[in-house]
Design a protein around this ligand. Structure first.
Ligand SMILES: Cc1cc2nc3c(=O)[nH]c(=O)nc-3n(C[C@H](O)[C@H](O)[C@H](O)COP(=O)(O)O)c2cc1C
Length: 372
């Protein structure tokens, strides 16, 4: 229900006390509930695909992507032969000019296809087609009948990015080794008390600050923020207040008074929040690839997603803080500062969380990204 500024003031007055106004305000503001409803499985199979194959594509779409752009399309050649590509209208040219993050997101999407297919009685064979990160067709999927594997699909539907409420307890060694196992030798754990962690904390805040004041990057972010439920349902992508962990009265306030992403206030609030978050957590993971090739980035995205899917059952959250891989000088100096041999692709703040709410980030219906 839309609420204009004048009505907001009237509601406050009529409520008498701030306490009495709280439930009313939350209901007026919608409290950002749309996300949970805007990620539902398709009611019917898509034409030419059965229920099982349609569900594989739905589960694939629950993969993470930067700004929740969901950059994928899937062309159905036949029921068992698909081509996954990058939607050129969903690029982030200001913060991801080389499509590096786009390839990582496609990797996470691909891993979800492989895992969902394996649980449904298919082996999904993947062949990377693209040699350039700007090619439209990126990879081919072929489904072959196989024994269903026992992979718990709930991991795919329950995964989410959670950024707040981290404990400062250092991650235990057995959690670190279980989470980094899918990444083999491409990941590094940085304990919270180390000098490298101090560097990452400062780099997270300063690179965020630099990006926030870079107008092209901020204007691009503005295009992907969905402030109200109408926008969430119309687009089914992007960052919602709920997915940015802004809810209740705070969400109401942002919708009414602070929805100008280019304003000084909006930028300063973002920097303040990032500084608070960067100081929380039980360490950092840095994920690298051997090189920046398309195949290397897709493989890194796949392995990273396998790690993501293990987080919830260990009560651990991971927050990608990507601005330091997007902005100079941090992008150029990070590998040297941390003594990495590979190319850093993700910097993740990690920590134990007591409260692990369900996913709220919207997803486009399968029919919106399937092409014939
Ligand atoms: C390559 C990549 C980079 C990301 N960078 C950030 C980041 O810098 N900050 C952040 O808060 N989330 C980041 N994310 C997380 C996305 O915002 C998140 O996946 C998306 O909004 C969908 O939400 P979900 O993960 O809860 O489904 C990144 C995700 C990917 C795949």
């Amino acid at each position: 229900m839309p609420l204009d500024r004048r009505r907001f003031v009237r509601v406050m007055m009529a409520g008498g006390t701030a306490l009495a106004a709280v439930p009313l305000l939350e209901s007026c503001c919608g409290a950002g509930v749309a996300g949970e409803e805007a990620r539902d499985p398709p009611a019917d199979p898509l034409p030419g695909l059965d229920r099982g194959r349609t569900d594989i594509l739905f589960l694939a779409s629950l993969a993470p992507s930067s700004h929740n752009i969901q950059p994928w399309f899937v062309r159905i050649r036949d029921a068992d032969h698909w081509v996954v590509g990058a939607d050129v209208n969903r690029r982030l040219s200001a913060v991801d000019p080389q499509n590096r993050e786009l390839m990582l997101s496609i990797g996470a999407f691909t891993e979800n296809i492989v895992l969902a297919a394996s649980a449904s009685g298919y082996e999904a064979e993947i062949e990377v087609l693209a040699s350039r990160a700007f090619d439209a067709d990126l990879l081919e999927v072929r489904l072959w009948a196989a024994q269903p594997a026992g992979y718990p699909l709930q991991r795919l539907s329950d995964r989410r990015t959670l950024r707040g409420g981290y404990s400062n307890a250092e991650l235990k060694a057995d959690d670190v080794s279980a989470l980094l196992e899918p990444l083999a030798d491409r990941a590094l754990f940085i304990p919270p008390s180390s000098p490298q962690a101090a560097y990452l904390k400062e780099a997270a805040v300063e690179s965020f600050r630099a990006q926030t004041w870079r107008d092209a990057a901020q204007a691009e972010l503005a295009e992907w923020i969905r402030f109200d439920d109408n926008a969430v349902f119309a687009h089914r992508d992007g960052l919602t207040l709920a997915s940015m962990e802004i809810s209740g009265i705070a969400a109401c306030f942002v919708r009414l008074f602070a929805d100008d992403v280019m304003s000084k206030n909006f930028r300063e609030q973002g920097i303040k929040k990032t500084a608070r978050l960067a100081g929380q957590g039980g360490g950092w993971f840095v994920v690298s690839s051997g090189d920046d090739s398309v195949a290397g980035l897709i493989e890194t995205g796949r392995r990273w997603q396998r790690m993501n899917l293990l987080l919830r059952e260990r009560g651990i959250a991971a927050h990608p803080m990507s601005q330091m891989l997007e902005e100079e000088p941090w992008r150029g100096e990070l590998a040297g500062q941390l003594g990495l041999t590979g190319v850093p692709q993700f910097v993740l703040r990690v920590g134990y969380v007591e409260d692990y709410p369900g996913p709220v980030s919207p997803r486009r219906p399968v029919s919106w990204f399937v092409r014939r």
